[in-house]
Design a protein around this ligand. Structure first.
Ligand code: URA
Length: 198
């Protein structure tokens, strides 16, 4: 199995999916093998347009913090839990359709179980950083990011270390100093843990 095989699988799954509206798909991005693997939720509009994960608004926040811990995009791998862009369509009074992002359904995440598992095998990271609840629930038995963020946890099921973090877009929904402090502190914790991994 190679990353090209995974691309083919993602393409097939996405092109044959007819249950709910979707708008394009992407693969993971970055070196392989790689010590550090970030796993997000699903791509949005900008990601599908450019073919890369985390390049839109959330991506800008993500990259800013990534740089603060001495990492940059070219030395980490970034991927998603759902590889197509889940959308909802709304037809307005003027008959114009508006397209907006929606969270992936569990059934949609399950379509990509094997793809993500295989990507983890191929990339063979020493540390997986989950961004938000979607990858956390997919890869661990935790129910919520609130109970485990900012800590290094060994995951018996996949036999690898996981460091759960909030999704960068959580900063947009939680506009208060307390949350910001906690979020920034998680990155400091990550920086401390990274010294053993990079
Ligand atoms: N949010 C995600 O979870 N993944 C992306 O690739 C972009 C935004």
């Amino acid at each position: 199995m190679t990353l090209d095989d995974l691309k083919e699988q993602i393409k097939n799954i996405s092109e044959n999916y007819k249950d709910e509206p979707i708008a394009g798909w992407i693969t993971g991005d970055g070196p392989s093998p790689c010590s550090i693997l970030f796993v997000g939720e699903a791509p949005g509009k900008t990601e599908v347009e450019t073919g890369k994960p985390f390049v839109g608004l959330a991506g800008k926040t993500f990259e800013k913090y990534l740089n603060t811990v001495g990492l940059c995009r070219k030395n980490v791998r970034i991927t998603n839990t759902c590889f197509f862009r889940p959308v909802k369509l709304k037809i307005g009074n003027n008959n114009k359709t508006t397209v907006s992002n929606r969270a992936p359904k569990v059934s949609e995440i399950n379509l990509f179980r094997e793809v993500l598992d295989q990507e983890i095998n191929i990339v063979n990271p020493k540390l997986i950083i989950t961004l938000g609840n979607t990858p956390l629930k997919r890869l661990t038995n935790f129910n919520s990011i609130g109970e485990c963020h900012g800590k290094l946890i060994f995951n018996d099921h996949i036999g690898r270390y996981i460091f759960p973090m909030y999704h960068p877009s959580a900063l947009t929904y939680n506009r208060n100093d307390e949350f910001l402090k906690m979020y920034e502190n998680d990155w400091v914790n990550l920086k401390n843990e990274l010294s053993g991994y990079v």
